[in-house]
Structure formats: structure tokens, C-alpha cells
Design a protein around this ligand. Structure first.
Ligand SMILES: Nc1nc2c(c(=O)[nH]1)N[C@H]1C(S)=C(S)[C@@H](COP(=O)(O)O)O[C@H]1N2
Ligand SMILES: [Mo]
Length: 537
């Protein structure tokens, strides 16, 4: 045994930190998504089984991506410590461990969508840097240790410390010195390693900030949106009750929910953007952003919601979208008979599949460039995304869109379909109680109960509320601009003292009433009535 286990582990962690920092520095040039942490994280996001992902979203919520990165770093640190311990015995074993990590990093970076040969560079440089760090930290100790026959870990540590005095600190410490001198050298060795870890962390984080700061916000700020040929109908005053805690009729961009698989928000420069419409079409098209903006624009309010939304959940929002009707582009490209699926592809490789028939049935499915009067926010898909009234986002609302490929449902399964979600998923009729909030205490007497209800593209014609499983009572519907958005509703409840359960259900434009049967979001959207408990004083 040559180097103390603790020191070896520490040296391994330091080498890993140096590797990540070096890789992040290279990724400033090769792009933030080629960094091994992001590439490996991306592979994890794409491959973890659905229940694990659902659990992560449940537990970490909105921070699931940060949790994933922190988890990956901790796991890496643990393995790096093991590699360091092995390296303390034989540097060659250490190099083998690093090579293994290098291979994983390179493989992940090269297999990410949009990868080029250059994407391998961060992991390669990182592995090289880790090897150098390990050599710097351990070479003399391993050699010294091999030359000294020591029995215990404590002895090994002492020997290592002695070597550190020579190698790392280079202070020319007397080798045959007293135990006191050896302990001091050991301390200095440790300090060197800790400094290395700290320095690498600062450098790595700095590089990350630098590479993600080179984003497209400045370009976005310069985008001038054309006026719509067909403007959105004005929102009637009666569409919004403006109650505290009640979701406003129009969701502002900053509060609009965000769901995607991207660990790093794609930065797509509209000047380089191209949309290809191809596959089973007679006339493939390619458009620039200017081409798209030159086409007649339509502006509509459309409510978008996520299939993962639980009953009562808030993965839903309503915005005023500006864009080109998808149907116009399809008409121009002329899909061949039987091409029943339009696959939208994002710049980061994510895909969704929408029925061709839905996109051509006259509804306002848009290739959107504007959201509530602004260019699309970067996180919501700048410069171009799709929105389709009536379908869940995962089958209809591709962000950072670069391709529309006409194909068939038999031929191709999109991203979430391969992971167990339904190929086709129309939004289910749903309703939610926003006021009073869950678990609230309210005063007895007339009490405002309010919320939202949605059944995009079918519309909402009735909302009912019941108390403690009693008779359903009809609520008052607020106005709306179309069947493609949610509607607010309210009902004045003669509240009596005690604990009470309030439930809501909606009926859509096809006269179907929302089912009370509980089902989970997977595979095609949750069902059940939103039910809250409140205490009346
Ligand atoms: N490129 C890309 N587009 C995507 C997704 C994604 O992961 N990647 N997620 C989809 C899902 S599941 C939903 S619900 C909507 C959410 O859109 P938002 O984040 O703008 O609210 O985007 C859709 N478009
Ligand atoms: Mo979603």
C-alpha cells in the first residue's frame, strides 16, 4: 500500500474536478451541450425509466434538472474517489479509471443530437487534464510508497505526507525529519488538493457562465414581429374576474409553465434558422426566418397544457400566439396520401408527432413566432415553435422547431411515445378550483368559489360544483374569445361552519361531462374531479 486511502480519494476527486473544469473551458468553444456533464445528463434524461422521472419531477418539481446535475456530480465524485484510491496503489489503475470516464463522456457527447466530431473534445481534454492532475498529485507518493514497506493505512498516510513534502509542495522538506515535519507536509499536500478542487470549481463554473451567456437574447430583442393579417379577437372584459389567486385569463410570459427535456436551453439564431418541410410530400420546402415572417400571420389565444398535469395541477397557460398557420405550409408541401403523421423536430433532437388531419382540419394550429406581443421567449422555443389547439403539448407544441417531416404513425414513434405515452392525445375536459385555495379557512356566509375549466377546441359549456358529495350546482361561466382557450368560472357558496369538501366538473362543447374516474397522467392525460377541503369558521 502506497498512499493513504483518504488522500487517494481526495486526489481522485481533485482530478475529476480538474477534468470537469477543463471540459467546461473547451465547451465554451464547442458549445455548452458538448460538456460531458450536460451530455451524460442528457443521456440520463432520455433513458431513465418513466417512473423514476415521474418521481424526480414529483420530488424536485421544477428543480428536477438541477437535481439531476447535482446527482450526477455527486455520483461522479464518488467514482472519482474510488479511482483515486486505486491510483494511490498503482497510477496505471488510476489512468484506466480516467480512460473509462473519458470513453463514457466522449460516447455521450458524440451521440447527442446535433453532435459533430468536435463534440468529443471537451471529454477528451478533460480526461487528459484528469490524468495530469492525478500524476502531479500522486506520482512521487506512489513511487515513495512502493519503495517503503508500510503495513497500515496510517503509515501509508505518513509516507504519503512525506512524499508530498517533496513532490507537491516542493519545499525540500527533510525526508528523514521528525514525525512533526511529516504531519506538516501531509497537511500541505491536502491543502494543495483542496485548492485544486476549489480552483477547478471556480474555473468550471466561470466557463459555464461564459458559454451559456453567449445566448440569443440580444438577437431576440432585435426581432420585429409583423402585424397579423388576422388579429386575435379582443379579450372581453367579462373573460377575467381578476380575483386574487384565480389564474388570469391570459397568462403572462414570465408565469407561463415550462416543460421540456433540454438541460441547456437551446440558443437558436434566427439568422441561421431554417425550417425543412420534407418526408412524404410532393414539394419539399425550406424556409428562412424572413420567409416565415413574410407570410400572412394569424394571431390567436390558445391554451396550452401538459399531459403530465395532475388533476388540480398548474401545468397549463393561455397566451396570445402570433404565427403562420401550419395548414398553409402543409398545403404548399402537398403531403402524399397516407402520410398521417407530421413529426416536428427540435434543434436538440426532441420530436413530437401530430396527426396530419388535425393540422389541416381548419383549426388554428400555428408555427408561432410571437407570444403575448413579444418574440417567443427563448425558453418557450425561440425563434419558432408549434402550438395546436386541442392537443397536449407533447404531441403538438414542439419548441425550437427546425423540421416538419411527413410520415406515418406506423413508421415513427416520437420522443414520449417511445417512453410509454400515447401516440395521439387530445386534451381531456378538465376543471380546477383556484379559490379558495386548498386547506384554506374561510368565514361562513356567501363565499366566492372560482377557477378555470378547459377542453381546448371543444369549448366549455357548463361547470358545476358540489359540496360534500351533494347535488351538483351550476357555476357561472366567464366569457371567452373562442373554444380554444380555458374559461374562468365562479359560484357563490353559502358556506356553513365546519370542514367541507368542494369538487368541480366541467362539460365540453360536445356535451360530454368530465369523468370523476381517477386516472394517472400516463399514457394520455389524468382524469378525475379537482376536490379541495376547506374549513369554515
Ligand atoms: N423541443 C421541445 N419542445 C417541447 C418539449 C420538449 O421537451 N422539447 N416539451 C413539450 C411539452 S411536454 C409541453 S407540455 C410543451 C410545454 O411548452 P412550454 O414549456 O412553452 O410551456 O412543450 C412541448 N414542446
Ligand atoms: Mo408536456
Amino acid at each position: 500500500m502506497a498512499v493513504g486511502r483518504r488522500f487517494g480519494a481526495l486526489a481522485g476527486v481533485a482530478a475529476a474536478a480538474v477534468a470537469l473544469a477543463a471540459a467546461e473551458l473547451v465547451a465554451v468553444a464547442t458549445g455548452p451541450r458538448s460538456a460531458p456533464l450536460v451530455a451524460v445528463g442528457g443521456v440520463v434524461v432520455d433513458t431513465v425509466p418513466e417512473p423514476v422521472k415521474a418521481f424526480a419531477i414529483e420530488v424536485f418539481g421544477f428543480y428536477d434538472k438541477i437535481a439531476l446535475l447535482v446527482g450526477t456530480v455527486l455520483l461522479l465524485a464518488a467514482f472519482a474517489a474510488l479511482v483515486g484510491v486505486a491510483a494511490g496503489r498503482s497510477l496505471r489503475a488510476g489512468y484506466a479509471g480516467i480512460a473509462l470516464f473519458g470513453v463514457v463522456g466522449v460516447a455521450a457527447a458524440l451521440t447527442r443530437p446535433g453532435a459533430t466530431a468536435l463534440s468529443a473534445l471537451p471529454a477528451l481534454v478533460g480526461a487528459g487534464a484528469a490524468g495530469a492532475a492525478l500524476w502531479l498529485l500522486l506520482r512521487d507518493r506512489v513511487i515513495a510508497g512502493t519503495a517503503t514497506d508500510t503495513g497500515t493505512d496510517a503509515d501509508a498516510d505518513a509516507t504519503a505526507g512525506k512524499a508530498a513534502g517533496q513532490a507537491v509542495d516542493g519545499a525540500g522538506q527533510a525526508v528523514g525529519g521528525a514525525g512533526q515535519a511529516v504531519g506538516g507536509a501531509e497537511g500541505r499536500g491536502r491543502r494543495t488538493v483542496l485548492a485544486m478542487i476549489g480552483g477547478a470549481a471556480v474555473l468550471g463554473l466561470g466557463a459555464r457562465v461564459l458559454s451559456t451567456r453567449r445566448d440569443v437574447s440580444a438577437v431576440r430583442a432585435g426581432v420585429v414581429l409583423p402585424a397579423p393579417a388576422s388579429p386575435a379577437p379582443p379579450v372581453p372584459a367579462g373573460a377575467d374576474l381578476r380575483l386574487p389567486r384565480l389564474a388570469p385569463y391570459v397568462t403572462d410570459n414570465a408565469s407561463f409553465y415550462l416543460i421540456d427535456t433540454a438541460l441547456v436551453v437551446p440558443q437558436v439564431d434566427p439568422r441561421a434558422w431554417r425550417l425543412r418541410v420534407h418526408g412524404r410530400v410532393r414539394r419539399p420546402l425550406e424556409l428562412t426566418f424572413a420567409d416565415l415572417l413574410a407570410r400572412p400571420m394569424v394571431e390567436r389565444h390558445i391554451t396550452l397544457c401538459c399531459v403530465s398535469n395532475e388533476v388540480g395541477g398548474d401545468l397549463i397557460g393561455n397566451a396570445r400566439w402570433l404565427g403562420v398557420p401550419v395548414r398553409d405550409l402543409l398545403d404548399q408541401a402537398e403531403p402524399v396520401d397516407g402520410a398521417d403523421q407530421v413529426v416536428s423536430r427540435s434543434v436538440d433532437g426532441w420530436t413530437c408527432g401530430t396527426p396530419t388531419a388535425v393540422l389541416r382540419d381548419g383549426r388554428d394550429a400555428l408555427l408561432a413566432v410571437g407570444m403575448n406581443g413579444e418574440p417567443l421567449p427563448v425558453a418557450h422555443g425561440f425563434p419558432v415553435r408549434m402550438v395546436t389547439p386541442g392537443l397536449y403539448g407533447y404531441v403538438s407544441a414542439c419548441k425550437w422547431l427546425v423540421e416538419l417531416e411527413l410520415t406515418t404513425f406506423a413508421e415513427f414513434d416520437a420522443y414520449w411515445v417511445r417512453r410509454g405515452w400515447a401516440q395521439q392525445a387530445a386534451v381531456k375536459t378538465q376543471s380546477r378550483i383556484d379559490v379558495p385555495r386548498r386547506g384554506a379557512e374561510v368565514a361562513s356566509g356567501p363565499t366566492m368559489v372560482a377557477g378555470v375549466a378547459w377542453a381546448q377546441h371543444r369549448g366549455i359549456i357548463r361547470v358545476e360544483v358540489r359540496v360534500d358529495g351533494g347535488e351538483w350546482q351550476e357555476a357561472t361561466l366567464a366569457e371567452t374569445v373562442s373554444v380554444d382557450t380555458w374559461r374562468q368560472w365562479h359560484w357563490v357558496w353559502p358556506a356553513t361552519p365546519g370542514r367541507h369538501r368542494l369538487s368541480v366538473r366541467a362539460t365540453d362543447g360536445t356535451r360530454q361531462t368530465q369523468t370523476g374516474m381517477l386516472s394517472a397522467p400516463i399514457p394520455d392525460g389524468a382524469t378525475g374531479w379537482d376536490t379541495i377541503e376547506v374549513t369554515v369558521a
